[in-house]
Design a protein around this ligand. Structure first.
Ligand code: FPP
Length: 258
């Protein structure tokens, strides 16, 4: 009998393709990011019901500072708006929100909003939504290594330091939308054994059914963590509770989108 805890997954998402989604509609890139926020809302709404305990989304990488200042400002304003407008709804839905990444380069007001959101949502237990802002996986690793100081460096000691910098649990499934197939400096340590799922859909078009499809693909994978194949190859499927299977079942029956 599987426990509920075993079925709670950490899913990480690289929300790529907003700009191309907008360009295909002759809209400014910021319209794509706005549509991306709507897609994030839909995903956050459905995630707790399908066995996701932790959802980490890549909203702004440390390399995104290289984008044109107008786009950077627009993204920062959207992040502020999201935190301001969404936090009450998130708290009511039992969702804990935290941010990972650097705070010292964020514009006025944004880090204060993050601090407030983290405090008021701290009791949320349905889903842990982690938003990566000014985040770099390499920098997170360097910071943790520096914090370990001299002496023997063990995985446990290192993981503890990374956790102090807000690392989450290991990633089970990493989804990237928008057609590219790379990690782009996202959760490099935590995703060491993540299953990778790439889709050509731009992020604004990625909906709950697509998330369910990604989870079904994940359930079909046999995670060996360097060991030998499990009998029948059902290791991920076995991590799904009956409730999760039921909520995923209709798409299995109809074949779903390819
Ligand atoms: C990548 O698409 C997306 C980003 C750099 C930003 C992601 C941001 C959002 C979804 C909205 C803001 C998020 C929150 C939480 C408020 P791209 O611009 O690189 O698209 P492209 O590859 O098609 O140009």
């Amino acid at each position: 009998m599987e426990s509920q805890v075993d079925s709670r997954l950490h899913v990480a998402v690289i929300m790529d393709g907003n700009g191309r989604w907008a360009a295909a509609r002759s809209l400014p890139r910021t319209a794509g990011h706005h549509a991306g926020i709507d897609a994030l809302r839909r995903m956050v709404e459905c995630a707790p019901g399908i066995g996701i305990a932790t959802l980490t989304v890549y909203a702004f990488s440390s390399d995104n500072w290289r984008r044109p200042p107008a786009e950077v400002s627009a993204l920062m304003a959207m992040l502020k708006g999201y935190l301001r407008d969404e936090i009450i709804r998130l708290v009511e839905a039992g969702i804990r929100l935290t941010a990972i990444g650097r705070r010292d380069r964020l514009p006025d007001g944004l880090s204060a909003l993050i601090d407030d959101a983290e405090v008021v949502s701290a009791g949320g237990s349905k889903l842990h939504l982690r938003i990566a802002i000014d985040y770099s996986g390499r920098d997170a690793i360097l910071a943790a290594a520096a914090a370990c100081g001299p002496g023997p460096l063990t995985r446990d000691a290192f993981s503890r330091q990374l956790a102090a910098g807000a690392a989450g649990p290991d990633v089970d499934l990493l989804i990237r939308t928008g057609g590219e197939k790379r990690l782009s400096d996202f959760l490099l340590w935590e995703a060491a054994y993540a299953e990778l799922y790439f889709t050509d859909l731009p992020w604004p078009d990625f909906g709950p059914d697509d998330l369910r499809q990604a989870l079904r693909a994940f359930q079909g994978r046999d995670r060996r963590f360097g060991g030998l194949p499990s009998v029948g190859g059902t290791s991920n499927a076995a991590r799904t509770t009956q409730a999760d299977r039921m909520s995923l079942a209709p798409r299995v029956r109809t074949g779903g989108r390819n």
